[in-house]
Ligand binder design. Sequence first.
Ligand code: NOJ
Length: 718
Amino acid sequence: MNRIDTLMARMTLAEKLGQLTMTASGYTVTGPVIAGDSTQSIIDGTIGNLLNMVGAGPAHEMQRLAVEQSRLGIPLLIGLDIVHGHRTLFPIPLAEAGIFDEAVWERTAREAAREGAADGLAMTFAPMLDVSRDPRWGRTAEGPGEDPWLNGRIARAKVRGFQGTDLSSAESLAACAKHFVAYSPVTAGREYAAVDISERTLREVHLPGFVAAIEAGVATLMPAFTDLNGVPMTAHVPLLRDWLRGEMGFDGVIVSDYNAIAELIKHGVAADLVDAAVLALKAGVDIDMMADAYRKGLPVALEQGRVTIDEIDACVRRVLRLKEQLGLFDDPYRRGATPEPAEAVAERHALARDVARRAIVLLKNERRNDRDVLPLPAAAKALAVVGPLADARTEMKGPWWGAGEHEPAVSVLDGLRVALPQTDIRHAPGVAIDGGDDSGIEAAVALCDGASAVLLCLGERATMSGEAASRATPALPGRQQALAEAVTARAHALGIPVVAILFSGRPLVVPWLAEHADALLAAWFLGAEAGHAIADVLTGRASPSGRTPMSWPRAVGQVPIFFGQRPTGRPMNPADYYTSKYQDVDNTPLFAFGHGLTYGRIRYEELQVEPRRVCEQDTLKISVTLRNEGAREAEETVFLFVRAKVSRVTRPLLELKGYAKLRLRPGEAGSVKLELPASELRYLGPDLQPLFEAGEIEICVGPSAEPAGLLRETIELG
Ligand code: NOJ
């Protein structure tokens, strides 16, 4: 008999349910705290998995209880959320998505896995694969932005990064694709609210990221808290059991979200904890995180004949197999055995700085007095650094700081002071992030006199995005708008430019700022090295290359706004009243998906597509010439979209199918080549089955999803 069979034959029901239980734990000065339970349960074998334990010492201490003191010696599986870095914080996932570089996505996950594993962890609850088209939803910060194709690329890279090529390695973690599925389109953008979407949207927008993660070999998966068209995901038999286990053949571990099994009662689909446990088990949930529904409910359900021991055993086997794949039976102390060398940590910080620079999106950069406002002139004598986010180290870390809570982070002020030691850097916060007090505005305005430029550091507190952080008005909080207006008025009266740096976990609704600031940067939340990265870009030491992975609305009422909208029978036409439009705002976004300027000026020319007629087996070869007509080096991101001219189902106005990058020196030209297998032009036909339909397809290439900037060529499928 193999190890798992031998164990299964010896396990009591209580021990089996222990393997299906994950309990939150923490460590205080007086010792470990196990939520609602005690460490004795680890010894008894009735807790088999932990979350929220940080540090190799405590993790090994708990592991020893399981391995050395429990009857069967089954190691614990210990997991933690590593959303944008573990101790070394990287930019939030939304910011990282805008780098459009698979190597970066993989590398940060790999480094976070190393760091997490060095802390004794074997699992992380990441990547988060929720496509978001609604900036009101706070968890937008944790995800890939608005596009399903992009999400698939990120999913693959992240799974590879966390898991590496060998799950049993001391540097690998089991990844967890979450939240399955369609967690983001909650009603009115309100966290945890009901979700009601079509099967087409589910299949076209929300499932592909999970398909990609499964194809990449993701070890575990987490159902969303939410319901989908009336059925809570934690109990969703058609999607969990039939689609995921059945159609996709996913045989990894499904771990519930925090207390989600018990919440089936509040959803109104389970009468009590026993009922809830039955529903989740039948749907295929293996591990109960924090609801204690399996330990309390399944013995009763078993006795009542509502579940079978075979159903329970199947879950236990999956959990044991994961522990085996992670190498936990062979050496439960492998992860965290040796502290990381200082050089590894230093290198990780260098990576964090590089990634942060690349995630910054230059949304606007006007010319003033015959020069671009950014980069700042080297000779700047004085800078007025104004706003509540200039001197805000903790905020830089972003919403999910994991084990980085006590790690240092670099503020904008810190970064500028290091980068520009000769410059007089003056600072006044002006207002608090979300306070109502205006009294500091005057002092901030006064700083403008004699400054070469004003840097306005505005935006959200980090905790205004992330879980349970929906905002009905995702704009500048508190009195920041008043501050921006007062300071801008003064700066412009003095003839000095205003550079606004926005911190947020989502696109913000900032039409005034976009119009009046001379330069505008989206700095999202950039992590530990934020201030250095921002200073690198402001001073021109780094040339910005980030692109927004989400459309920025002009008004909250435009939400959801995304480039992949379907056509209407009455497209917007100013000459015709009865067309699809608003009376009070334009249809277009303030900044389109993919928008982001560089310090160069890139011209797109000569789009070539070969062959002009393709069958399903063919691959399209696409090339475009880029020329940098600006005075500085630039890294340009080129997007490839397609648009079907006629098909049996209305198709998005643009569908992303690829991207590429090219670095060009001033005056340099170069060509970018992209390949598109024609099989990727299949879509879900009227019956939701994949269809390769003959007809014309437009190949669109350009710097963003803004239609006016795209070069187009039509080819023939068939
Ligand atoms: C709740 C969140 O929804 C989920 O993403 C996370 O992994 C768990 N809490 C555990 O922290």
